[in-house]
Write a protein that binds this ligand. Structure first.
Ligand code: GAL
Length: 338
């Protein structure tokens, strides 16, 4: 996280964040990017990756100026940042919407100024993406992440006398820690993960759920309350992301509950901290959310759009979407990821 923040600060300085750079030579490619919250672990690791790739392009001779902005959870602020990027001469901008249902101001600005927009990670509805021909989306398939989490969890919970069923009642008592209400990855991941477990033949018994907004500290508080309510009845925790799974682990650690007396805990993302928890067996599994692939696709698309180069050879769905695949991770293959 610290590396990410330092990198972002360097970029903010490099970009002069918001200062006009109209004196740039014409050969410079200028792109802008705004994230919904720079303190989100997955987003900050994706930005690390993005910055690394920009540096590689620069050392390969491309003259790129990148303007980086943090919307800090405010859609209004992000709308202003988009305006600023466009006024500064960015020909393509990358937007990680704060409110995925409110892209209209940014789309109107893009249309009026004929600027391309690559939305990423927080998916707007298709109707909005079709409002203008220079709008694109880079992300992943939320259904796939839920299915993979469900499959990994089912493998750990299935079968007679499985250790996950600690009270031996033949069904698995579970809780869900959900991301932001209304986020495509929260709704879909929960539904498909649970459906996959059921289809795999695991008897499930839902005992509780809490919304923790992708956030580790919030998840620790919510998990602590669930432990107060349900104690050792909880045998399985399905978290919509790694940070919330880690928050659940923090709650058990804070009570000095030994690993063998904790439920199986699953996350999604495969962040560096998540992978560490898999290696120490505190997290039973996660699903790799391909930050590098998404950063690479986003940069490639933005650079081409900014230079008005063709994009038809890119691996796109309906000429609008690029979705990178997820991969399941357990202690067995955790070392293949970083
Ligand atoms: C999800 C990711 C979460 C969080 C969220 C932000 O794809 O799994 O950890 O970063 O995006 O929109």
């Amino acid at each position: 996280m610290i590396t990410a923040l330092l990198a972002l600060q360097v970029l903010l300085l490099a970009a002069g964040c918001g200062q006009s750079e109209r004196s740039e030579p014409a050969s410079r490619i200028k792109i802008g990017i705004s994230v919904y919250d720079q303190y989100d672990t997955f987003i900050s690791s994706m930005m690390d990756s993005f910055n690394r790739l920009v540096e590689e392009e620069k050392s390969g001779g491309k003259q790129i100026t990148l303007e980086f902005y943090d919307a800090a959870g405010s859609q209004k602020q992000q709308d202003m940042q988009a305006r600023e990027m466009i006024e500064d001469g960015c020909r393509a901008i990358c937007i990680n919407l704060v409110d995925r249902t409110a892209p209209t101001t940014i789309i109107d600005l893009a249309r009026k100024n004929n600027v391309a927009v690559v939305f990423f990670n927080r998916e707007l509805v298709e109707e909005d993406l079709l409002q203008f021909d220079k709008l694109y989306y880079v992300g992943a398939d939320a259904f796939q992440s839920g299915i993979l989490q469900g499959e990994i969890a089912a493998a750990a919970c299935a079968g007679r006398d499985n250790p996950a069923d600690r009270n031996g009642d033949g069904s698995i008592q579970y809780v869900v820690l959900e991301g932001e209400a209304g986020h495509q990855d929260a709704i879909v991941r929960t539904e498909t993960s649970v459906d996959t477990l059921i289809k795999s033949g695991v008897q499930l018994d839902k005992v509780g759920y809490a919304i923790a907004n992708w956030n580790r500290a919030q998840a620790q508080t919510k998990m602590s309350q669930l432990i107060d309510q349900y104690g050792d009845r909880i045998e399985l925790v399905l978290a919509n992301n790694d940070d919330m799974a880690l928050g659940a682990i923090d709650a058990y650690r804070a009570r000095s509950i030994d690993l063998q007396d904790r439920p199986l805990i699953f996350g999604i993302d495969g962040t560096a901290v998540g992978l560490e928890a898999i290696r120490s067996h505190e997290m039973a599994g996660t699903v790799y959310n391909d930050k590098d692939g998404q950063a690479k696709a986003m940069l490639e698309l933005a650079l081409r759009l900014a230079q008005q180069e063709p994009i038809d050879d890119l691996d796109m769905i309906d000429g609008k979407y690029i979705r990178l695949p997820y991969t399941g991770i357990t202690a067995k293959n955790a070392d293949e990821f970083e």
